[in-house]
Write a protein that binds this ligand. Structure first.
Ligand SMILES: [Zn+2]
Length: 330
């Protein structure tokens, strides 16, 4: 390569890049030892991240972001903060930080879990299996099918925690977690409850007060000062494309209805569980009264030709936010 071209490339690489609008996706603000999906951000880290957002970006609610996208007035450094599912730690750990920095947020609520006294099933399953210290040689009967729980003493990487599903599973517990998670994800809510009760009988219950879904009173407290707005996220958190059209529409409509009962503002947004959607699902979301929807597809918002019913979001890791590609450009 000629030296002049090399120098101009180096200059281009060093030049600050233009910021682009982005929607951040959070789930939990808590310390979680077993977090195979990487859903949790430590509270201190979250405070750093929100302070960064406030200092370097223009934070706004999702409704404002979408309005300004439509009117072509969205600033390039716009940012919106979203949470999925409805964890209690959103009220206890996240809300005070958002209030301190005056950063608005949207919570996509899976409404069938409200007031539930156990953690979300995917987290409870992770704690039950990955943190299990007992050696199990047993076979459980799944509804209609045998599932083997077969492992010995806890292995070092199980005890340490920190395994992610993006890493190859290496221990019997990690393999069992993934296999059972897949079955539960595809099960009906009723079959899942039966299976979870069977697992609890053998493995004990996993307590995590901050990892439980919020009660309706806690949701009202979260929304009380208007900084957090609600979006819908289905009732039972299914992968919508696995359902019949009728069931899928019931999930979308039911969660919208419950959110509108709880909300103090209009509920205009929806987020697809697992980011799972099809053209039919998108058109049902639109016809059931939602004016925009978020996916889990990573990336920046296209300010010129946005896909309003599949807005991309960046999953925030438990790491300095400046390390997220493209965010440290403002
Ligand atoms: Zn979710």
């Amino acid at each position: 390569m000629p030296v002049t071209r090399l120098i101009s490339r180096m200059r281009a690489a060093m030049r600050p890049r233009r910021p682009r609008p982005v929607i951040l996706m959070y789930h939990r603000v808590a310390v979680a030892r077993h977090d195979p999906w990487g859903l949790a951000v430590d509270p201190e880290r979250f405070e750093e991240q929100i302070a960064y957002v406030k200092q370097h970006r223009t934070p706004m609610s999702m409704d404002e972001l979408v309005d300004r996208l439509r009117s072509k007035t969205l600033p390039a450094n716009a940012i919106a903060v979203t949470f999925d599912d409805g964890y209690r730690d959103n009220l206890v750990n996240a809300k005070p930080v958002l209030a301190r920095h005056g950063v608005p947020a949207t919570l996509f609520l899976a409404t069938g879990f409200i007031n539930q006294n156990t953690p979300f099933w995917w987290d409870e399953l992770a704690t039950m299996i990955l943190a299990s210290t007992q050696a199990i040689r047993d076979q459980q009967i799944w509804p209609g099918e045998a599932v083997t729980l077969d492992w010995g003493e806890a292995e070092r990487s199980d005890i340490a925690g920190g395994w992610r599903v993006s890493d190859e599973p290496r221990t019997a517990r990690q393999n069992a977690y993934l296999a059972i998670w897949r079955k539960l994800q595809h099960a009906t809510a009723e079959d899942r409850d039966v299976a979870m009760n069977t697992l609890r009988r053998h493995l004990g219950t996993a307590q995590d007060p901050l990892g439980k879904p919020m009660s309706s009173d806690e949701i009202r407290a979260l929304l009380s000062d208007g900084l957090v707005e609600l979006g819908a996220h289905t009732v039972t958190h299914p992968a919508l494309t696995l359902l019949s059209r009728l069931e899928s529409r019931r999930e979308i409509e039911g969660s919208g209805h419950r959110c509108r009962e709880l909300a103090t503002k209009c509920v205009n947004g929806f987020a697809y569980p697992y980011g799972d959607m099809s053209l039919e699902v998108r058109s049902d979301v639109a016809s059931l009264g939602f004016s925009w929807a978020c996916s889990t597809k990573g990336g920046f918002v296209d300010g010129k030709q946005p896909d309003i019913y599949a807005l991309p979001r960046v999953a925030v890791p438990n790491a300095p936010i400046g390390t997220l590609v493209g965010l440290a450009t403002a």
